[in-house]
Design a binder for this molecule. Structure first.
Ligand code: SF4
Length: 487
């Protein structure tokens, strides 16, 4: 087992037993579950909307090169600049150059998972630049020195009491402030930073190809302030975020709002098509967009995993996942957690190092069920497992155990061999990694085949019939299985 996998299991084991954590998560996800059905009421045909969204993303990802070139051509005509970054390091180096050019000391940031992915805050800190998160949830996490817990609600695991305590410790506020008072404290601190900052950094929810713009959706107005006050606006966005036309937002904005938070539409929705134009009253003097690959083209190259690039980061699959709800977002040790994180991380990073996440699933399919763009998440998890085995990343114990299991499953004499105790001992020993965190496997005292023979013998039937009849009296079954093993 790799060290990353061992750490994941250690963190998950601790979190799964933390009842206080479970209570907070269940409370917050419960509120989400109550809101989403209300948001869905705005769609006359929910399923059709999801199908359409999937088709639009299918087209966008299938023509990704054309869509991005179209975007770049229009965006640059309006004075924007596009930087293509293949890796996180390239993106960070480009940001360092811009910060130097602008003599930046302070940066205001609006919530962006891509900046988490490239560890931007850490990089800026190392370079002596203050980077301030302006989304309230992100601000709370930054104060606490923690990464986001959830891709939509970064501080989902904290209660209002936790936040009041944190503000008291870090900002010296009065103990026991209410959520409204806490928000006012954060607002007062952040307003000063918007004015001071030389650069504003945001992500983008969508890259709109036909108009050469980006769409940003948020509930607090902090992204607008981060783009409007500083003279330079940097956007960092994964290259899969593209949609072909402005009209597509008519579907994607309500879909993202409903599946993300249960709203009909998010409070602030902004389309930005470049820096401030002559005659305009506000906006940055310069706008630079960094298109990040960082492993996404590996996913694009995989015919199966490719559909994970349709993701609009609504977070619904996290909220629906029984594993996520028990082990929490931080146990994954990745930027993207939950089902979608388990699907994409082994491709964005390394399959060998991160394949264990594909096993962090009950395969119940709830994630697939709730995904607004109908990504077959649970099947993609199985595909990852398959790919890991094909690439030779299964341990030798695993390989031997499954070989023996397969041989035994296909052989009736082997299945009937030994008593219940012996079988329990052998199998639980062989699948120790499985049973370490689950109930032990327990065989029936006698196999179905043995019971069947006895039942037939008791009814006066032959002890060794040539064919078996199904209990319901259905068609006779051959004594050999299709794979050639004896039944
Ligand atoms: S995979 Fe689907 S449900 Fe999960 S975050 Fe992405 S769009 Fe939402």
């Amino acid at each position: 087992m790799t060290e990353t996998a061992a750490n994941f299991i250690a963190r998950s084991t601790i979190k799964a037993e933390d009842l206080d954590h479970r209570r907070k998560i269940n409370f917050n996800i419960g509120r989400y579950n109550a809101a989403v059905p209300l948001g869905k009421q705005q769609f006359a045909e929910m399923n059709l909307a999801r199908e359409r969204a999937k088709n639009i993303k299918w087209r966008a990802i299938g023509t990704l090169d054309e869509q991005l070139e179209q975007f770049e051509s229009v965006f640059t005509k309006r004075g924007g600049r596009v930087i293509w970054a293949e890796t996180a390091k390239q993106a960070l180096d480009e940001i360092a150059v811009i910060c130097k050019e602008k003599s930046a000391r302070t940066i205001v940031k609006s919530k962006s998972m891509v900046t988490e992915e490239i560890k931007l805050n850490h990089f800026l800190e190392e370079n002596g630049i203050e980077s301030v998160e302006t989304d309230l949830g992100e601000y709370i996490q930054q104060l606490d020195g923690e990464p986001p817990y959830h891709i939509v609600t970064p501080a989902m695991h904290k209660s209002k009491e936790d936040v009041a305590k944190l503000f008291n410790e870090k900002l010296n506020t009065r103990p026991g402030l209410t959520p409204e008072q806490l928000t006012l404290v954060a607002r007062e601190k952040l307003r000063k930073k918007y004015v001071e900052a030389e650069i504003g950094i945001t992500g983008a929810n969508f890259i709109i190809s036909d108009i050469g713009g980006i769409a940003v959706t948020e509930n607090e107005g902090n992204a607008r302030l981060s783009t409007a006050f500083p003279k330079t606006h940097i956007v960092i966005v994964g290259l899969e975020k593209v949609i072909p036309t402005l009209a597509d937002l008519g579907l994607f904005w309500p879909l993202l709002a409903t599946y993300g938070t249960g709203q009909r539409v998010t409070v602030y929705n902004t389309v930005i098509t470049g820096p401030r134009q002559p005659g305009e009253a506000d906006g940055p003097e310069e706008m630079i967009l960094i298109l990040l690959d960082n492993g996404r083209t590996n996913i694009l190259a995989s015919p199966k995993a490719r559909e994970s690039l349709y993701c609009i980061r609504c977070g619904a699959c996290l909220n629906a996942c029984p594993v996520y709800k028990n082990i929490g977002g931080h146990s994954y040790g990745t930027t993207y957690s939950g089902p979608i994180g388990s699907v994409i991380t082994p491709h964005l990073r390394e399959m060998q190092e991160w394949k264990h996440l594909s096993y962090a699933s009950s395969l119940c399919g709830n994630c697939t069920e709730v995904c607004p763009v109908k990504i077959n998440l649970h099947e993609l998890l199985l595909d990852n497992r398959y790919e890991a085995v094909q690439d030779g990343y299964a341990t030798w114990q695993e390989r031997v155990a499954w070989k023996v299991w397969r041989k035994a499953s296909l052989s009736r004499p082997m299945m009937n061999m030994g008593n219940q105790r012996l079988k329990n001992w052998v199998v639980n020993k062989a699948f120790g990694a499985w049973t370490a965190h689950r109930d032990k496997l327990d065989f029936a005292p006698r196999t179905f085949n043995e019971q069947w023979k006895e039942a037939r013998a008791g009814r006066g039937g032959a002890a060794q019939p040539k064919t078996d009849k199904s209990p319901s009296g259905g068609a006779a079954l051959p004594r050999k299985s299709p794979r050639g093993g004896k039944r």
